[in-house]
Each structure stands twice: as C-alpha cells, then as structure tokens.
Design a protein around this ligand. Structure first.
Ligand SMILES: Nc1ncnc2c1ncn2[C@@H]1O[C@H](COP(=O)(O)OP(=O)(O)O)[C@@H](O)[C@H]1O
Ligand SMILES: [Mg+2]
Length: 469
C-alpha cells in the first residue's frame, strides 16, 4: 500500500483547507470520490467491474474555486492531472481536436511526473557522473590528450604547467600522475572551487523534430512522428564552451536521463494515469444545446456522445500503448447559469452522479482568501517585494477595504469571483512595485487610506474601472 492510499476523506479535506476557503460541501464530496476510487481499486476483480466509477459534476459561478479544488485534489493525491475545456473539442469525424486527446494528455503528464521522480532518485548518481565527465575534460585520458587543448589551459590556470610539460613524453609515471591529478581536481570540483573555470564540453543535442506542425489530426493519432524519428536518429553532438557551473546544469539532465529505465518509466507512467489520473473537464455546460446561443447543436451533442465511452471506461490508443479509462476520475465543471445539468444528454448525466455545488464567495471569504491560504495573494506580494528590500504590511482595515472593493466591482461590473482580488491587489501595489527597489530599507503600511489613495480615482470613474480593475 501506498501512503496516498492511507489518505482518508477527512485528511484530504484538511489538506484542501490549506488552499481553499469555504466550499466545505464541495471539498467533502471530492474527498469522498477520491477515496471511493481507492476503495474500488481494492475490490476483487469480478466485483470491481460491477461497481461503476462515480464522477463529479461541479456547479458554481466563475472564480469560486472549481479549478483550484480539482488541481489541489490532484496534488494531494499525487495524481496526474489535466484540465481541458469541453468547448475545444469537436465531434469525431470532424476536423479538430477530439475528446480522446484528453487521455493522451493525461498519459503524457503522468509519464512526465514519473520521469521527474525517477530523475530525482538518480540525481546523486548523475551528479557524480557529471563530475567524472568534467574531470575527463580537464585531464583527459592518454588517448584523448592530444586533441584536448583545454588540458594545457587548465594546467596553466593552476600554475602547474611547468611541472607537467616535463612529463610530456609519457613516461611510466604518466599513469600515476594522471590518476593523482584527477583525484585532486575531483576534490576541488566537489568543494565547488572550480565553478567559474571555463571548459569545452561535448553536449548531446536533441535534434529538432522534422515533422513538427503536422497538425492536430495526426498528433491525435497518438503517433508523434517527430519524436519517433528523433529516437531513430543518432544524437547530434556539439562542442560548447561554458563554465563548470553551467556545465553541471547542462549535463545533469543528460546523465540522469541515461540512468533512467525507459521501460519502467513508461510502465509506471501508464499505470499511474490509469489508476490515479484525474481529468478536469471545464465548461461542460457550454456543450449543451442551451449553453451557447449560436452554432449547430448537433456537434455539441456529438461531443457529449463522444465523451460518454471515455467516462464509462474504454481503451484509448496513445503513443505509450493502450490506456484503460476505467479508473480515471473525471471532474466536470460549469457555471450552469443558463443551461442546467439536466440539459446534458441523460447517459452523461448518469455518469456524473456526484453533484458538488459551490457557493458564491462572500466579502468575508475574500478577506480570508487574501490572507489565509498557504499561497495567499498578499503573502505572494510580500515575498516578492521583500526580495527588493521592501517590507510591506497590510493592516486589517486595508485588507477589508480591498475585499470590499473587489466585492463591489463584482456586483457592479461583472462577477469574476476571487479572480477580482488579483486585479485589485495588483493595482494597489502598482506604485510600490514600480518604485522598488528603493535606495535604502523601505517599510510600508498598506491601510485603508493607502488603498483609497491608490484606487480612489480609478474606482470612482465608471469607465476607467471597467478597463483597469
Ligand atoms: N474558495 C477559494 N479559496 C481560495 N482561493 C480561491 C477560491 N476560489 C477562487 N480562488 C482563487 O481564485 C482564482 C480562480 O479560481 P478558479 O478555481 O480558477 O475558479 P473557477 O471556479 O472559475 O474554476 C484562483 O487563483 C484561486 O486560487
Ligand atoms: Mg475554472
């Protein structure tokens, strides 16, 4: 068992609480859905097949946290995640992106995720290999010595060229000398004493895919020609001059990649996508016949029909082989202001039995969103400006004032939910962001009068605020 599988719904909600304010019901529901998927995986094969996966339909106006909840859920579960927009798909048989591509994107993201983990695992080993590679450049083995001018360069750098030129005619001590020299350099290298020394390294270059831009249709077939040929062709090598510290950055991923077991990577990537993947389908309300006022309904309903088998469980061909969508968790979301969930075709409605309704955010929620989440907007600005020596403090009434203004703008101009907070805070801090860094230490209190001072003119002018806030 994996530690993720010990995540109880309660613990999942606790983790979501770190980032999402309010929306208690929705958080609870997604937590249960995630747990149910783990429970389903634990069932015996024959029983399991009869237990239909339960997907989630999130309903709530824009900017109330639908995407954020799904994204954080994936993070908590260490699950591969993709977000797609339902309106971007076209019916199978028509030109455009068809719905199966979402599964391919999920597998890609899953393989990338596993690859990152595997690279992290081999990091130490890769670092050592890189150091060996660098030492080989600094003190090449005998057969290469003649073609390596940098050898002498470096020796001069250490003022030891004299000692070495005496040994030029490879005597018996040569091997021993080389060995000793290399050890010394390796030690210096490890102590970080040589980071600024320039060397010339041979770098394997990814040749550019010849078949890039063949269009979505061919890519949709799951065969990426560019990549296929890239693997067939010998890797081009190029000599480049750079400092040792740069060389580390360039060579480390190359060495890591060589250490990774490709078969294992793909196997694990595919399996993680199949068993833990989460696909977030946004704007699902826009593919109902009532969702949009113009254009042919047929195609939108067609997209719903295409979605059905994927959500029910089918196999999709990808460049990593066939993927089963049986256990993928689908979270669909929409504002459903005009269309209702009952405007979706009945079969699809049935596949999203969990309805999570998100409430509109209140002024108090805004205050908390500004200050409480781990990555709260105001914290972000504080950290950013601190790098420029500006310490800003937000007073209680300053925060309240910004929340007030954001809330009112949503009512008067257009309701974009918590997104409004970003435009308001950005405008309030525009002047500071422009003036920083100051010559000395700069401390600044942002209170309600400062907020008014910065926003007053814009906020008071109806035309201006629609554009600027
Ligand atoms: N309930 C919330 N708690 C914390 N942040 C939120 C909340 N709702 C929205 N936000 C913030 O507002 C922005 C937009 O939210 P998002 O989840 O994309 O909205 P939508 O419901 O339209 O998908 C995000 O940056 C998110 O962090
Ligand atoms: Mg969204």
């Amino acid at each position: 068992m994996n530690e993720i599988d010990e995540l109880t719904p309660k613990k999942i909600v606790e983790k979501l609480d770190n980032y999402i304010i309010g929306q208690k019901e929705a958080k609870k529901q997604v937590a249960i859905a995630l747990r149910n998927r783990i429970r389903r995986l634990a069932l015996q094969e024959d029983v399991r097949r009869d237990v239909i996966p339960k997907n989630i339909l999130m309903i709530g106006s824009t900017g109330v946290g639908k995407t954020e909840i799904a994204r954080r859920l994936a993070e908590v579960a260490n699950a591969p995640f993709v977000k797609v927009e339902a309106t971007r798909f076209t019916e199978v048989g028509y030109v455009g992106k068809n719905v199966e591509s979402m599964v391919r994107e999920l597998v890609d993201s899953s393989v990338n995720m596993v690859k990152k983990e595997m690279m992290e695992e081999v990091k130490d080993k890769a670092q050592r290999l890189v150091e060996e590679r660098i030492v080989e450049v600094l003190v090449p083995s005998k057969k290469r010595a003649k073609t390596q001018p940098s050898f002498m360069d470096v020796m001069q750098l250490f003022n030891q060229s004299a000692e070495y030129s005496q040994n030029k005619d490879y005597d018996e001590n040569e091997d021993e000398n080389l060995r000793r020299r290399r050890e010394e350099l390796l030690e210096k290298l490890r102590n970080g004493e040589l980071e600024d020394v320039e060397i010339e390294v041979e770098v394997e270059e990814q040749s550019t895919p010849m078949f890039a831009g063949l269009g979505p249709e061919l890519e949709d077939m799951g065969i990426q020609f560019g990549e296929m040929f890239q693997n067939l062709m010998p890797k081009k090598k190029k000599r480049r001059r750079m400092t040792i510290s740069e060389a580390r950055k360039v060579l480390e991923p190359i060495e890591s990649e060589k250490l990774i077991d490709q078969d294992k990577l793909i196997q694990e990537g595919v399996s993680r996508a199949e068993n833990r993947g989460i696909i977030f389908i946004d704007e699902i309300d826009k593919i109902t016949s009532k969702g949009v006022s113009s254009g042919p309904d047929v195609s939108r309903e067609g997209v719903q029909r295409d979605l059905l088998p994927i959500v029910e469980g089918t196999n999709v061909m990808t460049k990593y082989g066939s993927i089963s969508t049986d256990y993928i968790l689908f979270i669909a979301a929409g504002a459903f202001s005009e269309a209702k969930p009952s405007d979706l075709i009945p079969e699809l409605q049935g596949r999203f039995p969990i309805r999570a309704e998100l409430s509109d955010l209140t002024k108090e929620d805004f205050i908390r969103i500004l200050t409480q989440p781990k990555n709260a907007i105001l914290k972000q600005y504080q950290y950013l400006l601190e790098t420029d020596g500006v310490r800003i403090e937000f007073t209680e009434d300053g925060v309240e004032r910004m929340a007030d203004i954001a809330f009112e703008l949503n009512e008067k101009v257009e309701n974009i939910g918590a997104r409004r907070l970003y435009t308001v805070v950005e405008k309030v801090l525009e002047e500071v962001s422009f003036e920083a860094p100051a010559s000395g230490e700069w401390e600044l209190k942002i209170d309600s009068s400062y907020v008014d001072l910065r926003l007053g003119k814009v906020y008071g002018d109806e035309d201006l605020r629609e554009y600027i806030l």
